[in-house]
Every structure is written in structure tokens, then in C-alpha cells.
Design a protein around this ligand. Structure first.
Ligand code: 5GP
Length: 192
């Protein structure tokens, strides 16, 4: 019997490296389908519409919510809205492709409600100091924005126990491989 393809939700604190790990999966594992989120935030240099995000206006986002097009959505860092278009996720799973979402904690909780069969993965920094170093080191945010993100990160770190699996992000490639293994193999430290 063929196993149904699995939905993996990658979440974790701000600046833990979720995006980098997801990019590594995208590069090395074309068989894995990665969701492209819609967001109301402005593109950063180098970000491409439809590849990194769908960059939409507030009105467009409102319409997606009203029409029930989003599997989950949240306001992240009190700054912008982000959401997962539901149709493409369903299509990937129906086509038998392993699928992955890289979203924040609030979104992960909604996926747990809407799709209980999804596997929730918590990407954890090797230490709090390392998380702060990565957050400050990225240098793309203002001081106020960094403080906001640290505050969010503290709350997010405390949520680890809600997740099915924890992966410690010591090294990007190793973390990505552990993630991909979950899509095809058994999930060993699930609580149920
Ligand atoms: P950034 O603006 O740095 O690209 O992303 C900020 C945060 O938004 C990250 O923690 C990322 O995981 C989260 N995020 C990206 N897409 C989605 C989404 O579709 N839904 C939710 N809930 N969070 C998202």
C-alpha cells in the first residue's frame, strides 16, 4: 500500500534559520513541494513574487481571507499578515508529493486544528545566545524591529512541547536532511 504524502510544518523562533533550511530543501530536494505564502509585507531586495512569497496588498489579503482561500494566516511581529494558500497544498498532497510549509507558531497551531495529520516540526537554535547572535547578525531590521522579534522569539521557544518533533539547527544541511527524512520515513518522537 502506498503511504499518503505527508504535510510537514516547519516552525520555530524568529531567526532560527527556518528560511535557510527551507531553501536548502528546495535546492537539494526538488521532489519536495514548498508552499509559497501570501504576505502584505514589502519585498526585500532579491525576493521574487511567486517564488519567495506572493506579495499582495491589504485588500487582496482581505479577499483571500473572506473567500476562505487560506489554510492558516497570522499577523507576524505585529507588522504584516502572512498566510498559506490552501489550494496548492491540497493539490500537492493529492498528487502524492511530500509538502512543506515554513510558517510561524500561530500558523502552525491553526494547521494542527485544520489538518491534524500534519507533522509539526520545531526548529530550535543550539542556544539562546546563538539565536540572539543570528537575529542581530542578520542586520536587515531596525533596533525596534529586532526588539519586537526577540520578544516574539522568547514566547516561541516556550512552545516546543506543542510540536511532534524537534530538530536542533546546529548546521543547515544536517537540519534539512533530518526534515526530509521525516517526509518519507517514520516519525520517531511523536507523542501519539
Ligand atoms: P519574513 O518576513 O522574515 O520572511 O518572515 C517572517 C515570519 O513569517 C517567519 O517567521 C515566517 O516563518 C513567517 N511566515 C512566512 N510565511 C507564513 C505563512 O504563510 N503563515 C504564517 N503564519 N507565518 C508565515
Amino acid at each position: 500500500m502506498t503511504e499518503p504524502s505527508r504535510l510537514i510544518v516547519l516552525a520555530g523562533p524568529t531567526a532560527v534559520g527556518k528560511g535557510t533550511v527551507a531553501a536548502d530543501v528546495r535546492r537539494r530536494h526538488p521532489e519536495v513541494w514548498l508552499s509559497v505564502s501570501a504576505t502584505t509585507r514589502a519585498p526585500r531586495p532579491g525576493e521574487v513574487n511567486g517564488v519567495h512569497y506572493w506579495f499582495v496588498s491589504d485588500d487582496e489579503f482581505d479577499a483571500m481571507v473572506a473567500q476562505g482561500e487560506l489554510l492558516e494566516w497570522a499577523v507576524v511581529h505585529k507588522a504584516a499578515r502572512y498566510g498559506t494558500p490552501r489550494g496548492p497544498v491540497d493539490a500537492a498532497l493529492t498528487a502524492g508529493q511530500p509538502a512543506m510549509l515554513e510558517i510561524d507558531l500561530q500558523g502552525a497551531r491553526q494547521v494542527r486544528e485544520n489538518m491534524p495529520e500534519a507533522v509539526l516540526v520545531f526548529l530550535k537554535p543550539p542556544s539562546w545566545d546563538e539565536l540572539v547572535r543570528r537575529l542581530v547578525g542578520r542586520g536587515t531590521e531596525s533596533e525596534a524591529e529586532r526588539e519586537r522579534r526577540l520578544e516574539t522569539a522568547r514566547a516561541e521557544l516556550a512552545a516546543e512541547s506543542e510540536f511532534d518533533v524537534t530538530i536542533v539547527n546546529h548546521e543547515v544541511h544536517a537540519a534539512a536532511e533530518q526534515l526530509v527524512a521525516l517526509m518519507v520515513g517514520p516519525v520517531s518522537n511523536r507523542s501519539d
